[in-house]
Ligand binder design. Structure first.
Ligand code: 5AD
Ligand code: SF4
Length: 441
């Protein structure tokens, strides 16, 4: 069998980054990475378990690819769903020969070698352990771009009642600060201008492992170190938790010029009662205080969030509180999720009592709000000049470039290829809900 591999990635940015690392490691082990499944001999699905639908989609896909003319291909399921469903996947997806959880992805090249030698074998590995430093930093030098993800930790200790992540990704473990800084230096030397630090709860970075220094948390110390790296112009992170979003982090938005004026801060619900059942350790007031403190420092800061509708026990009055909260904060972007009960989570015993239609109505109401406030936020930028970090050609439209404002709003404007990787001034002339359009000045 040839060794052409296609990786299909589902789920979050963490998965995207891990697929990237795996591709680099496979390349070093003599595998050839291809961009579409038709020409691949080996297909790996890097999967997500956060909602039932995500799992159903990946299982359907794995069965589809192991049928018909694709029968000869070696199929592997890796990532969160491999961890979550390791026991039943061999039955649900009988042709899948490799099942590897997110903590052991670094072993995939070795396992594929073994499977290619012995076509009767199936390998399942859902062990958890220390972060493999080689895997965490693995990259294909040819794939380094203007904006890159950098993983700073693994796992989650929060225990939100609805969430499968502690089960699939295990407890928090942190990469050493020097390793992260070295990796970002390496990227900067190869042209990266923006890094987005990834972790389930980034502001927990180093908790109980690294000391506070001058009242600053390990996470803020890490941001300060990255601020010093020449060539890096922008720093972002995904996602912080409202608990532990303290004044040292809020001050960092003022003290660290490279830290972009943008936060994705998951709220989940605007009702304190629902937050309590969700085991989210904060209330609406606390969240509002963070927003107020951030806006006092940077009035135009971009603020986005995640909301779950239809969590067990969410009454109409609770949902109204979420709506009111939205109207108060006016998030400029939000992901709205319909609750999906996950086996093995604390909320499983609450069932899934809210009817699908009710979730759908709540979802729609919030989506309309998201649209209204996104548009309003973008309209405020029209007539203003934005510093745009240019990332690539725009997907549609000739000779048009795509970049991002400091608030991470997409900006499209006419320009030339040499501008990719540079920061330019763009006068914003018009907008849609999702995009700003302008001309370079
Ligand atoms: N059902 C629906 N949405 C969920 N999320 C996490 N778990 C669930 C679930 N069981 C959402 C949360 C989280 C985002 C990544 O996914 O809003 O912030
Ligand atoms: Fe990412 Fe969570 Fe999905 Fe795992 S379950 S891939 S951590 S979103």
């Amino acid at each position: 069998m040839e060794k052409r591999v296609y990786i299909r990635t589902y789920g979050c940015q963490m998965n995207e980054r891990e697929s990237e690392s795996l591709a680099a490691m496979l390349g070093d082990s003599g595998y050839e990475m291809v961009g579409e499944e038709e020409s691949a001999d080996i297909i790996l699905l890097n999967t997500c378990s956060v909602r039932e639908q995500a799992e159903a989609k990946a299982i359907g896909k794995s069965n589809l690819i192991s049928r018909g003319k694709n029968r000869e291909k070696l199929v592997g399921i890796i990532g969160c769903m491999a961890q979550n469903l390791a026991d039943i996947l061999p039955k649900k997806s009988p042709n899948t020969r490799l099942i590897v959880g997110p903590d052991r992805i670094e072993k995939v090249p070795e396992y594929l070698d073994q499977l290619l030698r012995d076509s009767n074998r199936r390998i399942i590995d859902t062990e958890m352990g220390a972060i493999d430093p080689h895997f965490a930093a693995a990259r294909d030098e040819k794939k380094v771009k203007t904006s890159m993800f950098v993983s700073i930790m693994r796992g989650c200790n929060m225990g939100c009642a609805y969430c499968i992540v502690p089960k699939t990704r295990g407890p928090e473990r942190y990469r050493p600060m020097e390793e992260i800084v070295d990796e970002i230096r390496w990227l900067a030397e190869r042209g990266t201008k923006e890094v987005t630090l990834l972790g389930q709860i980034v502001n927990n970075y180093g908790t109980h492992r690294l000391p506070y220094v001058n009242g600053k948390s390990p996470f803020v110390q890490l941001l300060e170190k990255i601020q010093q790296i020449g060539g890096i112009r922008r720093i972002r992170f995904l996602s912080p938790h409202p608990k532990g979003f303290r004044s040292d982090l809020i001050d960092a938005y003022q003290n660290l010029p490279k830290l972009c004026p943008q936060v994705h801060l998951p709220l989940q619900s605007g009702s304190d009662a629902v937050l309590r059942t969700m085991k989210r350790p904060y209330g609406g007031e606390q969240f509002l205080a963070i927003v107020a403190a951030l806006r006092e420092k940077i009035p135009t800061i971009g603020l986005s969030t995640d909301i779950i509708v239809g969590f067990p026990g969410e009454m109409e009055t609770d949902f109204e509180k979420t709506c009111d909260f939205f109207d108060k904060v006016k998030f400029d972007m939000a992901f709205i999720f319909k609750y999906s009960a996950r086996p093995g989570t604390a909320a499983e015993r609450l069932g899934d009592p809210i009817p699908r239609e009710v979730k759908e109505v709540r979802n729609q109401i919030l989506l309309e709000k998201v649209e209204r406030y996104s548009r309003r936020y973008n309209e405020l930028a029209v007539g203003k000049v934005k510093k745009v970090l240019v990332e690539s050609w725009a997907k549609r439209g000739q000779r048009r470039l795509e970049g991002f404002s400091p608030e991470r709003k997409k900006v499209i404007f006419a320009g030339t290829e040499d501008l990719i990787g540079r920061t330019v001034d763009v006068l914003i002339e018009s907008c849609t809900t999702a995009t700003l359009f302008g001309k370079m000045i």
